[in-house]
Design a protein around this ligand. Structure first.
Ligand SMILES: CC(C)(COP(=O)(O)OP(=O)(O)OC[C@H]1O[C@@H](n2cnc3c(N)ncnc32)[C@H](O)[C@@H]1OP(=O)(O)O)[C@@H](O)C(=O)NCCC(=O)NCCS
Length: 188
């Protein structure tokens, strides 16, 4: 598959490049950012390995994992990451996620990136269902998932362990026909 670029109103989501690691490390090493995620806080080696894994997934045939750099369309600045993987190929299901540099929180960027990812899942990947999980304490992430038209379908009790603590998570999902009906795919 060729190098992927997904434009939105203010962002370009694109495949990672090797030299993106420093920009990713700025937020990936921040404990506050990764507080609700099993990922991080990263050492430099962890971030470089994350980029290497993303580059390796770009070369897979068929490709099932898509980790994208979230960049500002105007300046090209990398402000985060967002991705989706076909986690249940037989059922055409995909699992999505995102993470932004804290300097860029609260401006609707995660919602814009998440909408692009869901649109990509239903469009280019031909998925039937896109889902995401988030820690029940992560109100901003739950809100993003609601804003892109996903429905809370489950509350899992202590299903994940984050830095030694058992945590609850919500599962959000949206189906292909619901997405089209909501017109959310029009974000480009
Ligand atoms: C979660 C995250 C991606 C949100 O990014 P963002 O760009 O600030 O999100 P948006 O601006 O698009 O939307 C955030 C929404 O959450 C709301 N929100 C933010 N903090 C909140 C809080 N503590 N309680 C309730 N709502 C909150 C905002 O008001 C906004 O909703 P609104 O538009 O209805 O006002 C960002 O905080 C992040 O990268 N966090 C660290 C990584 C992470 O947790 N990723 C998700 C893993 S599941």
């Amino acid at each position: 598959m060729a190098f992927i670029k997904l434009p939105t109103a203010r962002l370009i989501l694109r495949d990672f490049r090797k030299n993106d690691w420093e920009a990713v490390h700025e937020y990936g090493a921040d404990l506050e950012v990764v507080r609700y995620m099993p990922w991080g806080p990263n050492t430099e080696a962890d971030t470089k390995e994350f980029i290497e894994r993303s580059l390796a997934s770009q070369r897979e045939e068929p490709r099932t994992k898509f980790e994208f750099a979230v960049t500002l369309a105007e300046s090209g600045r990398l402000i985060g990451g967002a991705g989706i993987r076909a986690s249940a190929p037989a059922d055409r299901g995909g699992d999505m996620g995102y993470c932004l540099h804290p300097d860029f929180w609260g401006q609707g960027y995660a919602t814009e990136a998440a909408a692009a990812i869901v649109g990509f899942g239903f469009g280019k990947l031909g998925l039937h269902r896109v889902f995401a999980t988030c820690d029940t304490g992560n109100a901003a992430s739950a809100r993003v998932l609601e804003k892109v038209g996903m429905r809370r379908e489950a509350h899992f009790r202590r299903d994940s362990i984050i830095r030694g603590e058992w945590r609850d998570s919500y599962l959000y999902a949206v189906l292909e026909d619901e997405w089209s009906e909501a017109g959310k795919g029009t974000l480009r």
